[in-house]
Design a protein around this ligand. Structure first.
Ligand code: CMC
Length: 428
């Protein structure tokens, strides 16, 4: 007999089904609770609420486990590449050689963006934040593909939109960077692989002169894989929620970019470097800043530390920390903020405040040091997170659509005034 949960409300017993996931995660299915009892559940910040079932990513925060479609993140980061991982997330299985060739060809064919997109850059002030630009650019792509507005499109048409977004994203991101430094925009070179092409458009001028260090390509590829999906985080839930109203994929992904921008989510990678710079400029006394992070009356938090679901090491942070050492060594860079980051980590991991609250370095703690070594300005870091997260957003949007999930519409518990009659106070 299948498991159930019993809720006792107003003396009445209500039986609710229990759902068990493939990794034995348990949930009480409350979808009929209000119909049966008149009650809803309240969970501000969704700390204890499963918003969907999903077959894409498995995360066990207590054990520090992360798997895409069953494959451990450590194995994918070491042996796979970003496009193969994107295919895996989107279609559920690793591609055969011919499937990967076909997927790569399709993406390569769509790397150009409409020439009129360049005009958007003329309207923004030079100080415009890259995330604001990215959000607008992605959403505006829907205007160049009006057929994408139709929610009842065929699977092939939907798939073409997914390919287009994946293909154009590196072009848009590199153009945002080029504009920020006042350089001419570079068109894609489709003889290069996805990551090299992105680096070419970002740092290259002419194909003949372009040389990219394989160490940088490998590091970038690894970072993109590690960011590719993370189940129902703030931005991914936003993509699914916006998509559930049958909004087109460009608009849904743009909403994800907006959600990612915040410093508590993807925006933390920029804030980590700003914090490390600040600590260095202040003399590098890490103990002082750890004390500030613990002080409830001080708004300072240790950026890149703590996570809603990881109560153990974030497995991505472990890989990135190692990659960070490798990249800096191979490029012959000594960045003093890496020493500060390591000191902070060492002190925090022994401090009872961080130990008791199970606060560990997260994905954003070391990634920025690699981006900085590659040559990206700090304001670009969250855009690079978005570049990596894109296949995850698209896979989750696709899964939600294919499952025919209903529009997302939470309830609330009203705490405002009860009914009162209008009197004209302003003119009395
Ligand atoms: N520094 C100091 N104290 C912290 C920190 C931190 N970085 N993170 C959490 N705490 C404390 C917090 O004050 C609270 O203490 P208390 O129980 O005494 O009130 C306790 O730990 C639990 O924190 P919370 O804010 O209630 O936990 P949350 O799950 O709502 O927030 C978080 C998670 C990631 C927003 C938070 O840890 C944080 O603000 N970290 C810094 C920002 C950051 O690095 N964000 C990137 C997250 S990883 C990338 C991604 O996928 O988004």
């Amino acid at each position: 007999m299948s498991e159930t949960a019993k809720v006792l409300l107003d003396g009445q017993e209500c039986e609710l089904p229990v759902i068990t996931g493939t990794e034995n995660e348990k949930a009480i299915d409350i979808s009929k609770l209000r119909d049966k009892t008149g009650y809803v559940t309240l969970d501000t910040g969704y700390k204890n609420t499963g918003a969907t079932t999903s077959a894409i990513t498995f995360l066990d925060g207590e054990q520090g486990i992360l798997r895409y479609r069953g494959y451990p993140i450590e194995q994918l980061a070491e042996k796979s590449n970003f496009l193969e991982v994107s295919y895996l997330l989107l279609y559920g299985e690793l591609p055969s050689a011919s499937q990967l060739t076909d997927f790569t060809k399709r993406i390569t064919r769509h790397t150009l963006v409409h020439e009129d997109v360049k005009k958007f850059f003329d309207g923004w002030p030079s100080s415009a934040h890259p995330m604001g630009q990215l959000c607008s650019l992605i959403c505006s792509l829907s205007s160049f593909y009006p057929e994408s507005l139709n929610p009842n499109r065929s699977q092939e048409e939907v798939d073409l939109s997914i390919i287009r977004i994946l293909a154009k994203m590196p072009t848009l991101v590199s153009w945002i960077y080029k504009k920020s430094i006042g350089h001419p925009l570079i068109y894609p070179n489709n003889n290069l692989d996805y990551v090299s092409n992105f680096l070419f458009m970002t740092y290259g001028m002419r194909t003949e002169d372009f040389h990219v260090d394989p160490v940088i390509v490998e590091a970038m590829d690894k970072l993109l894989i590690l960011h590719a999906d993370h189940e129902q985080n703030c931005s991914t839930s936003t993509v699914r929620l916006v998509g559930s109203s049958q909004a087109n994929p460009y608009a849904s992904v743009a909403a994800g970019v907006a959600a990612l921008w915040g410093p508590l989510h993807g925006g933390a990678n920029q804030k980590v470097i700003e914090m490390l710079d600040q600590i260095q400029n202040d003399g590098g006394n890490t103990a002082k800043w750890i004390e500030k992070a613990k002080d409830k009356n001080d708004p300072f938090r240790l950026m890149g530390f703590g996570h809603r679901v990881y109560k153990n090491f974030d497995p991505r942070a472990k890989i990135i920390k190692e990659a960070c050492d490798n990249v800096l060594n191979k490029l012959g860079i000594h960045d003093p903020i890496l020493d500060i980051a390591k000191q902070l980590e060492e002190v925090a991991l022994q401090d009872p405040y961080f130990v008791e609250k199970k606060l560990y370095p997260n994905v954003d703690f070391y990634s920025g040091i690699i981006y900085r070594a590659i040559g990206f300005p700090t304001e670009m870091f969250t855009v690079l997170f978005a570049l990596g997260r894109l296949p995850g957003w698209l896979a989750q949007w696709k899964e939600m659509r294919e499952a025919g999930q209903p529009i997302g519409r939470p309830r609330q518990i009203y705490t405002g005034e009860v009914k009162r009659d209008y009197t004209n106070i302003a003119t009395r």
